[in-house]
Design a protein around this ligand. Structure first.
Ligand code: NDP
Length: 236
């Protein structure tokens, strides 16, 4: 049995973030989620936050600290796509995606690190994607933001590793959520052909890996990229 922790999952109102929050709750942790709309799973504390806004992130942390204590495990999961080919990609498409996926992780982890340094304990889990290192036509913005998370986790590991803090990347492949439902069926079928497992995954398959890498058992794993992709990205 792992120690009970205070956990924060960004974007915990749906999809992978919701499943991650459910998994931590099932394992007996105190769980807060950030959401711009909707709610996290029953038993979690939902706080409003937009990860592109440092003040909003700060307010969310203050609320969580008051209710549940300092955040010991942070899962930077909130993310968006604005897919289009490079020639059609606007500066705004690029900036919004990088500011949410990479900038958002930076803001949340920076704020969480205060308490983690004091406690000399912390688990940082950044939700990247198989396309961060594999690449993907039509996702120059998204894959760059997700690759950036690898550099972030490895720099955090070097900077904070001696203080009992680990930072890892979980890189999902194709997971059935609103984000992937939005893709045309022909594109989904094309993706499936390339996945050695021959299927897409459900969010709980990512959630269990995230909970494990945040557990006491994973204390000596840091700066790693852990794929949950049915073999799609082999070679990270
Ligand atoms: P969804 O589109 O289902 O959910 C995205 C979540 O991010 C929502 O909770 C959303 O909140 C939140 N979010 C987006 N922008 C912001 C913001 N500015 N501030 C706060 N929250 C925000 O995505 P998934 O569950 O599919 O994906 C979750 C993570 O996993 C993402 O980082 C994604 O890139 C990654 N991923 C997903 C894969 C997949 O196949 N589904 C594959 C690989 C990686 P709101 O409801 O308010 O919009």
């Amino acid at each position: 049995m792992t120690t009970s922790r205070t956990v924060l999952v960004t974007g915990g109102n749906r999809g992978i973030g919701y499943a991650i929050a459910e998994e931590f709750l099932a394992q007996g942790h105190r769980v807060a989620v950030t959401a711009r709309s909707g709610e996290g799973p029953a038993g979690s504390l939902t706080v409003r936050a937009d990860v592109t806004d440092s003040e909003s992130v700060d307010r969310a942390f203050a609320e969580i600290e008051a209710e549940l204590g300092p955040v010991e495990v942070v899962v930077a999961n909130a993310g968006i796509t604005r897919d289009t080919l490079l020639m059609r990609m606007s500066d705004e498409d690029f900036e919004q995606v990088v500011d949410t996926n990479l900038g958002g992780a930076f803001r949340v982890v920076k704020r969480a690190s205060k308490g983690m340094l004091k406690a000399r304990f912390g688990r940082v889990v950044l939700i990247s994607s198989v396309v961060g290192l594999y690449g993907s036509a039509g996702q120059v913005n998204y894959s760059a933001s997700k690759a950036g998370l690898v550099g972030m986790a490895r720099s955090l590991t070097r900077e904070l590793g001696a203080r009992g803090i680990t930072a890892n990347v979980v890189a999902p492949g194709f997971i059935e959520t609103d984000m992937t439902d939005a893709l045309p069926e022909a594109q989904q079928a094309e993706y499936k052909k390339n996945i050695p497992a021959g299927r897409f995954a459900v969010p709980s398959e990512v959630a269990k890996v995230v909970a494990w890498v945040a557990s006491d058992d994973a204390a000596y794993i840091s700066g790693a990229v852990i794929p949950v992709d049915g073999g799609l990205g082999m070679g990270h």
